[in-house]
Design a protein around this ligand. Structure first.
Ligand SMILES: NC(=O)c1ccc[n+]([C@@H]2O[C@H](COP(=O)([O-])OP(=O)(O)OC[C@H]3O[C@@H](n4cnc5c(N)ncnc54)[C@H](OP(=O)(O)O)[C@@H]3O)[C@@H](O)[C@H]2O)c1
Length: 233
């Protein structure tokens, strides 16, 4: 049984990752920021091997408190991430900083805090990027795209620094299927027309890729794209 810490564990993708690891028989520390209720529901559904943990990746105190309570850690999944849209002429420095604060600085701070635990376990870090890092230009998302580009570079650089004890990889999902993207949503139609597999990306499939890069001992510094063939379309 491995121990996995998933930040943003109640999000669309985070919950799928938690579910995948629990179904494999692992123990999951499901970190939530504001959604304590969602974490409790997930624990009710998935059982006692899912342990809710309070964690704000923007707060050094919160990170320290969360990590101090962990005795052993095999895999850190840096999944917390926020998204917003703003045209370049309207984008404010505070919007830019907020995205970078959660998506990049939060990832750095949590990875740094988990270093010793992961080194002791010869463990791994899996960072959640996005195809926006590799195919910018969906529009009005330069701050988000730049933050996810930083995740890819951070992944390569950290992998070089922490090798060979800790492996560091990223997974870059395409547009995830989620309840708010109903069949008539324009973004869904745009995505489905270009993606070779013709559908949005099932979070459960991304979770499989996360678990794979987390355990493959021959991989580090890589970003694996899980996009239903969007970039190739
Ligand atoms: N949705 C997509 O189509 C898509 C595509 C490509 C990549 N991604 C990436 O996949 C990851 C998950 O996306 P999602 O759509 O599943 O997320 P989501 O449903 O929008 O939820 C965002 C998550 O981030 C957490 N979070 C926000 N601020 C935080 C903070 N200060 N400290 C700790 N956690 C914080 C939230 O926690 P609480 O709810 O507890 O506050 C929540 O779990 C993100 O990194 C995202 O960029 C998503």
């Amino acid at each position: 049984m491995k121990v996995i810490l998933v930040s943003g564990g109640t999000s669309v993708l985070g919950a799928a990752i938690c579910r995948h690891y629990i179904e494999r028989g692992d123990r999951v520390l499901c970190a939530y920021h504001t959604n304590a209720r969602g974490a409790r529901h997930l624990a009710d559904e998935l059982g006692q091997d899912l342990v809710p943990v309070s964690l704000d990746v923007q707060s050094a105190d919160s990170i320290e408190q969360a990590v101090t309570g962990i005795e052993h850690l095999d895999v850190l999944v840096n999944n917390s991430g926020i998204f917003s849209e703003a045209a370049i002429e309207d984008l404010t420095l505070s919007q830019w900083r907020r995205i970078f604060s959660v998506n990049v600085e939060g990832m750095f701070a949590l990875s740094q805090a988990c270093r010793a635990l992961l080194r002791a376990a010869s463990g791994a870090i899996v960072n959640i990027a996005s195809i926006n890092a590799l195919h910018p230009g969906f529009g009005k998302t330069v701050h988000y795209d730049a933050s996810k580009g930083a995740v890819v570079a951070f992944t390569q650089s950290l992998a070089a620094e922490l090798a060979p004890e800790i492996r560091v990889n990223a997974v870059a999902p395409g547009l995830l299927s989620a309840p708010h993207l109903d069949t008539h949503h324009p973004l869904r139609r745009l995505y489905e027309e270009r993606a070779l597999l013709g559908t949005l990306v099932d979070p459960a499939e991304v979770a499989k890729a996360v678990a794979f890069v987390g355990e493959c001992r021959a991989m580090t510094g890589q970003t694996v794209v899980v996009d239903g063939g969007y970039l190739a379309g």
